[in-house]
Design a protein around this ligand. Structure first.
Ligand SMILES: *[C@@H]1O[C@H](CO)[C@@H](O)[C@H](O)[C@H]1NC(C)=O
Ligand SMILES: *[C@@H]1O[C@H](CO)[C@@H](O)[C@H](O)[C@H]1NC(C)=O
Length: 435
């Protein structure tokens, strides 16, 4: 099957990490595929992949892992938006890790209407026709012990995201307004789990469901179901990275994100599948982690920056709410925010902390809320675990997550306020958003 290396509507933008808020960007530049307008909140875009850290001279290059398409996907009705088979990348574990499994749900925003889902159908996020044959496994997926001390030799799976609604829709009807659309994320989840169970997951002694961004949200949604699929005596936990989207007013006092989620939930007819989503609750509210987590009984680790770059750009200061473009520079580079904007960002951080503090009574849960301007920190060796990783209480994210997973200590880390943490890798977006 011909597979393109990237989706047609992808630009490449350059992007820098900045440390210590200095004016000069340090380190290498990273090419990042940015998917064009249409996927998200009107005319904005989404960072589809976190930049890869430069390969440390001592380290190995990340392994390339083949794509496997789900078998008999059509019979199961488990299909990507365009009707193609969904897929995943599986790397077998070894040694002491051979009966341990780490799954990662890919992220990539959502589509809210038929127009945006139609353009997604022609991309890597809506069709396996466009997916890469191989992807790099880095960060939490790395098989290099120095980059991934606790999980390096586990069975690891990256599950591709192609349904547009965090692996959660299940619309029987294929025709929407005369055009074929498959809203089948739930069936994709089930089909992939069934296939992995047969490939050894059913004998797992330890299992860890992880995901980033829209995949982080999917992790909250599917965590308990994942737990239920595994042997009773196994250790099962979940990690949601950059997935704690906040139900807050934006800079123009609009609930832009809630309206967006409302469209997604309606489009993929998801009200019925959430028990926490009562008839009187605003549709969009159902999809926020703060609601989803209320019912979760499996231990979850919340990994989120306080100034999540994606959320600053799409939840707090979305383009539609900034007609004067006064947030333009601040959205691209946190060191360019003026004092008023910083105050608003600190308010946003406080909202996240308030939401997280609701979780404090969940004893087995963990969190790591650093004060960096970044998004998705587990998939990249530079942010996950390296000599120059962001640290809170002198622990890298990999150390904190490993300590929590294996019950070595309680991990409930909250960083001090920006710009206090000199170890942050703050993203710098080099180009303004395209209108
Ligand atoms: C379906 O098409 C009709 C007429 O073109 C339009 O008014 C309606 O909004 C469309 N429905 C959706 C869900 O896009
Ligand atoms: C921080 O951790 C490193 C090892 O990861 C250690 O060498 C160093 O002494 C620690 N620093 C402090 C201040 O505890």
């Amino acid at each position: 099957m011909p597979l393109a290396t990237s989706a047609p509507p992808a630009h490449h933008l350059r992007l820098w990490w900045r440390r210590r808020g200095r004016a000069g960007a340090v380190g290498a530049t990273f090419a990042v595929a940015l998917l064009a307008a249409g996927f998200l909140l009107e005319l904005s875009y989404y960072v589809s992949s976190v930049p890869h850290a430069p390969t440390p001279s001592s380290g190995r290059r990340p392994a390339l892992v083949d794509l496997t398409l789900v078998r008999r996907a059509e019979d199961k009705g488990a299909l990507c938006l365009d009707g193609s088979a969904p897929g995943y990348h599986l790397q077998r574990g070894s040694g002491t890790g051979s009966q341990s499994w780490l799954l990662h749900l890919e992220g990539g925003g959502w589509c809210r209407n038929l127009r945006s889902c139609a353009s997604r159908q022609k991309s890597v996020l809506g069709s396996s026709l466009y997916m890469e044959h191989q992807v790099e496994f880095a960060g939490i997926l790395s098989n290099d012990k120095s980059q991934n001390p606790d999980f390096y030799n586990w069975n690891k799976v990256k599950i591709r995201y192609c349904d547009g609604a965090s692996f959660s829709g299940n619309v029987k009807d294929e025709l929407q307004n005369g055009t074929k659309f498959f809203f089948r994320g739930q069936r994709i989840w089930e089909a992939v789990m069934n296939e992995l169970l047969l490939k050894g997951l059913r004998h797992a002694k330890q299992a860890f469901l992880t995901g980033c961004s829209a995949g982080g949200l999917a992790t909250y949604i599917h965590c308990d179901n994942f737990h239920a699929l595994l042997p009773k005596d196994s250790r099962v936990k979940c990690l949601a990275d950059g997935g704690f989207f906040l139900d807050v007013e934006d800079i123009s006092r609009q609930r832009t994100m809630r309206a967006f989620y409302s469209d997604v939930v309606r489009l993929q007819d998801m009200r019925g599948r959430f028990s926490h989503c009562g008839p009187n609750m605003d549709l969009g509210q159902c999809f926020f982690p703060s609601e989803v987590v209320k019912g979760i009984t499996t231990p979850v680790f919340v990994l989120n920056p306080a100034y999540d770059a994606w959320q600053v750009q799409h939840v707090l200061a979305p383009k539609v709410s900034d007609p004067q473009h006064s947030w333009l520079n601040c959205r691209l580079d946190i060191s360019k925010c003026d004092s008023n904007q910083l105050e608003i960002l600190q308010g946003f951080r406080k909202e996240l902390h308030n939401a997280i503090s609701e979780l404090r009574h969940k004893r087995d849960w963990g969190f790591f809320i650093d004060s960096c301007f970044v998004h998705c920190q587990s998939l990249n060796s530079l942010t996950w675990h390296s000599a120059s990783s962001p640290r809170v209480n002198n622990k890298t994210i990999a150390e904190a997550v490993g300590d929590w997973f294996f019950d070595r200590r309680e991990v409930k880390e909250i960083d001090c306020e920006y710009p206090c943490n000199p170890t942050c890798h703050n993203l710098v977006f080099a180009k303004p958003f395209k209108a």
